[in-house]
Ligand binder design. Structure first.
Ligand code: GLN
Length: 217
């Protein structure tokens, strides 16, 4: 089976580190700036950065519909930090959603000024026993998850910081800044399953393991 080819949205923000992480696990990647760069991709990463700027640039370069199309075809989309904000169907500040693909409500800049950046180790059961070293930078949190959303990780105070819904994965933190490769491996595996479905798998979205139900916080 051919290895998947990923796009990394390269309009602004921390995209280089995602390209390096994909390289480290042997996944080919392309920088996405224009709609034609999305053609033939098996997956897409939306990096951290500044979601208001990202919103403007996605609109200016006509990337919104082609990204939604890629997601509708079942290709995995992985958003980190501002990328997670971009994927949320609801934003708690009342802003319009950017790419409403993930049935969550996101609270931007949830840690305030006192604690605007920090690092911590988090257990993410789908990735195994070794904790993930998570880097949070002016990070959002997930304040509500819809019924189809799997919660992948929480902070010790129970706030939700990593989720998956079908082919969409999102983290409030930056795994790519800490040498963590397991999230990228997870979405690469999802892309392979999507690009080359096994017998009977068809083009259905990636099957999910349900860990916890939907939840209001
Ligand atoms: N606070 C930023 C925003 O609201 C996200 C920060 C990040 O991506 N590291 O867009």
């Amino acid at each position: 089976m051919a290895p998947p080819r990923f796009g990394v949205l390269a309009l602004q923000g921390a995209f280089i580190e995602h390209i390096r992480t994909l390289q480290a696990i042997g996944v080919e990647s392309v920088e996405v700036r224009l709609p034609e760069h999305l053609e033939g991709l098996d997956g897409l990463i939306l990096p951290g950065g500044e979601s208001t700027t990202m919103r403007r640039l996605i609109e200016r370069w006509g990337l919104r519909e082609p990204i939604l199309d890629l997601a509708r075809r079942g290709a995995p989309i992985f958003g980190t930090c501002a990328g997670m904000i971009a994927l949320a169907r609801h934003l708690d500040d009342g802003e319009e959603p950017i790419l409403p693909l993930l049935d969550v409500t996101v609270e931007r800049n949830a840690f305030g000024r006192q604690l605007d950046s920090f690092e911590t180790d988090l257990v993410v059961p789908v990735l195994g026993d070794t904790p993930v070293h998570a880097v949070f930078i002016r990070a959002p949190v997930i304040a509500r998850t819809g019924p189809g959303v799997d919660i992948l990780a929480r902070l010790p105070d129970r706030r939700i910081v990593a989720v998956r819904e079908r082919n969409i994965v999102a983290t409030a933190f930056h795994p790519e800044l800490a040498g963590e490769t397991r999230f990228h491996r997870l979405v690469a595996t999802m892309a392979s399953a999507h690009a080359d479905p096994g017998e009977g798998a068809g083009r259905r979205p990636h099957p999910l393991r349900r860990s916890e139900g939907s939840e209001q916080r």
